[in-house]
Structure formats: structure tokens, C-alpha cells
Design a protein around this ligand. Structure first.
Ligand SMILES: Cc1cc2nc3c(=O)[nH]c(=O)nc-3n(C[C@H](O)[C@H](O)[C@H](O)COP(=O)(O)O)c2cc1C
Length: 246
């Protein structure tokens, strides 16, 4: 086990009391805190999803990874709610904007993309979530569900989901401050975001399945990202639950 890169990375990025002040900090240039698509069509997301109050305990109790979905489309309001719950801006202190999920150093190195497959009022295709404006940047005009499922080791259930969330890391955002250790925070951030999403999905009669099995380069290509400055970290397929009347 000790020969694995994963183990060596964790060891190489450890903090200890003796070296914390003197440790080597690589000089990594900073990047913008928000990713912008100035040329893309911008689709504002509704904020009208105020829900009947949901209690946390049943959401935690009932969340299960869901791989079979109703064919009913998801409403744009419920999709918008999922963006808000997973990566929405929920607070501000000076120039710092805070989001619904915690982030190491409030640096928010994770970007969110979706493939809309079956969303009422939203054309199918790939979109980038613009957290700053609570809007979607349209990236493609074609549904990429089949291609995404194929790139995720052909996990066919994903192509049936109303929406596939894809989270990438912009490594410099965290690594320019934290060096090696920043990679840990990026991965931890992605976990928080996905869990918020899964609980939000549960709150609106949906379910989701997190997906960590994928061919990284294939997903990066579909998202048109370089795999170095920005690369895929994690994904989740989400759809409405099948109800007895369906
Ligand atoms: C990091 C991570 C990666 C996962 N990757 C996949 C995946 O690629 N495909 C899949 O069907 N489920 C995947 N899962 C879902 C797990 O199989 C599931 O969480 C586990 O069986 C526990 O079941 P539960 O989520 O219903 O509680 C993943 C879960 C996590 C946390």
C-alpha cells in the first residue's frame, strides 16, 4: 500500500507541528475565483423554488444511491434548487462570498457543469453553472448523456437520468495557497458539494447516484477542459424517483 501514489501523496502533504512554518511552499500563480464564459448564451436560473420546509433527519435517512429514474422531466425550479444547495452563494463577508457547501480557505476551486437530458423549460445539452450570477452558460446544443455514460465506464443508468452533474477542479485556486495539501482540500470540497446535492435531490422527490468511475480524459474532452489546469473530479446522475403511479 505504501508504494501507491495515493499513499505517498497523503504522506507528502502532511502537516506536522515542527515543519508547518518552515515547509516548502511552491510558488504557484493564482487564477480567477470564477470561471467565465463571456461568449455563451446565459440562461438565468429561477429563484422561485421556495419549498415546504423539509426536515434533515428524513432526508438523511432516506437518501440512497438511485440508479433508476422516472421518465418524468425535472422542473427547472428543482434543478435551480439543486444548484443553490450544492454551490449557491449564501453569504458575504467583505469581498469574500460564501457558498452553501464549505470550502478550504473559501477558495471554491470546484466548478459545476451539467448535462441537461430531461429538464422542463431547458434545452438539452451541456451547461456550466455560473455561481456569481446564478445562471447557466450554455456550452453545447446537443444532449451528451450517452457520451457521458460511455465515458463513465459505460454506466448505462446515467444516460436515463434527467441531469448529470460534473464537478471539476481548477487546481491553482487552492494549490496557489496550499501547495500539495491543496489537492486534499479540492477533493474534500467535491465531497461536500455532492452530498449537499444528494440531500437537495431527496428534498424534491429525486434521487441521485455519485459517480467516481470514469475515463478522466474522455470527460475532460467532452467538457472541453485541458485536464491540467482544470480536470474532472466527480459526477452524479440525478432524476425523479419512480412513484407507484408511474
Ligand atoms: C466516491 C464515490 C464514488 C462512487 N462511484 C460510483 C460509480 O461510479 N457508480 C455507481 O453506480 N455508484 C458509485 N458510488 C455509489 C456507491 O456505490 C454507494 O454510495 C454505496 O454503495 C453506498 O450506498 P448508498 O449511497 O445508497 O448509501 C460512488 C460513491 C462514492 C462516495
Amino acid at each position: 500500500m505504501k508504494e501507491t501514489k495515493g499513499f505517498q501523496y497523503l504522506e507528502g502533504s502532511r502537516f506536522d507541528r515542527l515543519s508547518i512554518e518552515t515547509r516548502h511552499k511552491p510558488a504557484i500563480a493564482k487564477v480567477e475565483p470564477f470561471k467565465r464564459y463571456p461568449q455563451a448564451d446565459k440562461i438565468p436560473l429561477p429563484r422561485s423554488w421556495i419549498l415546504a420546509e423539509e426536515h434533515l433527519i428524513p432526508l438523511l435517512q432516506h437518501r440512497r444511491s438511485l440508479r433508476k429514474y422516472s421518465t418524468e422531466p425535472l422542473s427547472l425550479e428543482h434543478l435551480a434548487f439543486m444548484f443553490w444547495a450544492s454551490q449557491g452563494i449564501t453569504g458575504q463577508a467583505g469581498r469574500y462570498l460564501f457558498r452553501a457547501a464549505p470550502s478550504g480557505g473559501a477558495l471554491y476551486p470546484v466548478e459545476t457543469y451539467i448535462n441537461a437530458h430531461s429538464i422542463q423549460g431547458l434545452d438539452a445539452g451541456l451547461y456550466h453553472f455560473d455561481a456569481e450570477h446564478f445562471a447557466l452558460d450554455r456550452l453545447t446544443v446537443q444532449d451528451q448523456a450517452e457520451a457521458l455514460a460511455l465515458a463513465c465506464l459505460d454506466q448505462k443508468f446515467m444516460a436515463q437520468a434527467a441531469v448529470i452533474f460534473l464537478w471539476t477542479g481548477i487546481f491553482r485556486r487552492a494549490m496557489s495557497k496550499y501547495g500539495d495539501r491543496g489537492m486534499r482540500y479540492i477533493l474534500l470540497d467535491a465531497g461536500h458539494i455532492c452530498q449537499n446535492l444528494l440531500l437537495a435531490a431527496e428534498a424534491v422527490g429525486c434521487g441521485g447516484c455519485p459517480v467516481g468511475a470514469f475515463y478522466d480524459n474522455e470527460l475532460n474532452q467532452l467538457l472541453q477542459i485541458d485536464g491540467e489546469e482544470e480536470s474532472i473530479l466527480y459526477a452524479a446522475a440525478v432524476g425523479r424517483k419512480i412513484l407507484p403511479r408511474d
